[in-house]
Design a protein around this ligand. Structure first.
Ligand SMILES: [Zn+2]
Ligand SMILES: [Zn+2]
Length: 432
């Protein structure tokens, strides 16, 4: 039996027993499906109801199914203009491969794309160090990088709620592969124009954040002739009780860093020596009290207060802001594309066999994708030519494997077969 047929049978049997009810206003959405090895093979599909969608999933068992964040009057009409857009949800995507983590050195690898060069190695490289050709990456995920991705997603939720006041209509799901999708639906976002969506994106990524405009580093008011050296070394900041949005985030971050009393951290964040940081922390309580009252004070002599506070606040912003993708410019366009389609929550991702499982927003930091999104059964099947680093699924570690024949639970075999890291042994190895 060939791999595609085998995997299709597994998908079909899954959809036969599980209904997908995760698409609100289904009749106004455009759908797209993908085949084995091809994430989108046709678009412009539409379904009048959830039962029509489920019947389709059962019959066709597609490897991938996505739907539009936009709502249309005529979702299957072509070209795009003829669909008549009625509005669009906000969608944010976070992928583990866009976040730097140590674990990538152990599970990712690269090999040179040139046929004459055999260079390869662990970790991630853009270019082959031997010949300068592009490197091909073999990317995997593990609990560590997915948990970092979940943290970014949690930060985004905090921006949506605390800064934008969006509490209704937020839904979160695992992407089925490397990260998380956050959907914001409902009337409060539906009518947002593309420039408005970009403005939201710029806000959460702190692009062009103007510190003066949010109340930092204006001229200190030297009223009363108190132009002594201490006052000259001080700057205004918003008062803690009045601070909102980014101003609040920055003040909270600065205060937390001082409360922690961590000398090396203060030194790194402010760009000063640890000796100076130690001296500075002796005045910790005074500094905190000043900040609460709207002054970034710097009582320690011999340091450039301007540099210190600018470095410090910039580092707080870098810690707090959301980062999308490798190059923000690319993502400014793709992440706010209102005609895009995205995986239907609670359907299977055909490159992994994992469910793009929807879960409660509050569970973002406890949901374990590589465990909780495993849906295929335990029965073992034999696969061959297995090439994989050590990988984790359903609470167990497997591998590493190098061109071996192994017997694995169906869920792990699907995972490897789907990504092309193994092949079926023969039809007798298939437990049906
Ligand atoms: Zn090379
Ligand atoms: Zn990892």
């Amino acid at each position: 039996m060939d791999t595609k047929l085998f995997l299709t049978q597994q998908l079909r049997s899954y959809y036969a027993g599980h209904e997908v009810k995760t698409v609100p206003e289904i009749a106004s959405r455009e759908f797209g499906i993908g085949e084995f090895g091809r994430k989108i093979s046709s678009r412009h599909l539409s379904f009048r109801s959830a039962s029509e969608l489920n019947q389709f999933l059962h019959e066709r068992a597609p490897f991938y199914i996505s739907y539009s964040n936009a709502l249309y009057k005529l979702p299957s009409a072509r070209p795009m203009e003829n669909k008549h857009m009625l509005g669009a949800d906000l969608i944010y995507e976070f992928d583990a491969d866009e976040i730097k983590t140590e674990c990538k050195l152990s599970h990712d690898s690269w090999k040179c794309s040139s046929r004459t060069c055999l260079a390869s190695g662990k970790g991630r490289l853009q270019l082959c160090p031997e010949c300068g050709c592009g490197a091909e990456l073999d990317e995997w995920v593990c609990p560590e990088c997915l948990s970092e991705t979940a943290k970014q997603s949690t930060r985004l939720i905090s921006f949506l709620r605390d800064d934008f006041g969006l509490f209704e209509g937020i839904a979160v799901n695992f992407s089925g592969s490397k990260g998380f999708h956050i959907h914001v639906r409902g009337n409060s976002v539906r009518g947002l124009s593309k420039p408005a969506r970009l403005e939201l994106l710029d806000y959460i990524t702190a692009a062009n954040l103007d510190m003066a405009a949010i109340g930092f580093f204006g001229d200190f008011d030297f009223k009363g002739g108190k132009s002594d050296s201490k006052a000259k070394n001080s700057f205004i900041c918003p008062k803690k009780r009045d601070a909102k949005g980014w101003a609040k985030r920055i003040l909270d971050g600065v205060l937390a860093a001082f409360e922690e009393n961590d000398v090396p951290k203060i030194a790194v964040m402010g760009g000063i020596t640890t000796n100076k940081a130690e001296l500075l922390l002796k005045d910790k309580n005074k500094i905190i009290r000043h900040i609460e009252n709207g002054v970034l004070a710097f009582p320690t002599k011999g340091i450039d207060a301007n540099n210190f506070w600018r470095n410090f606040t910039k580092n707080v912003v870098d810690e707090e802001k959301i980062e999308f993708g490798r190059g923000l410019e690319v993502d400014r366009h793709t992440s706010m594309d209102i005609n895009k389609i995205i995986r239907v929550p609670n359907t299977i991702h055909g490159s992994t066999g994992l469910l793009a499982k929807e879960f409660q927003v509050e569970k973002l930091n406890s949901f374990e994708p590589l465990k909780d999104a495993v849906v295929f059964p335990e029965n073992e099947i034999k696969i061959q030519n297995v090439v994989a680093p050590r990988f984790y699924l359903k609470g167990k570690w497997f591998g590493p494997f190098s061109a071996e024949e192994v017997s694995l639970p169906l869920y792990a075999a699907f995972y490897l077969l789907a990504r092309g890291s193994a092949s079926l042994l023969d039809s007798r190895g298939v437990g049906h």
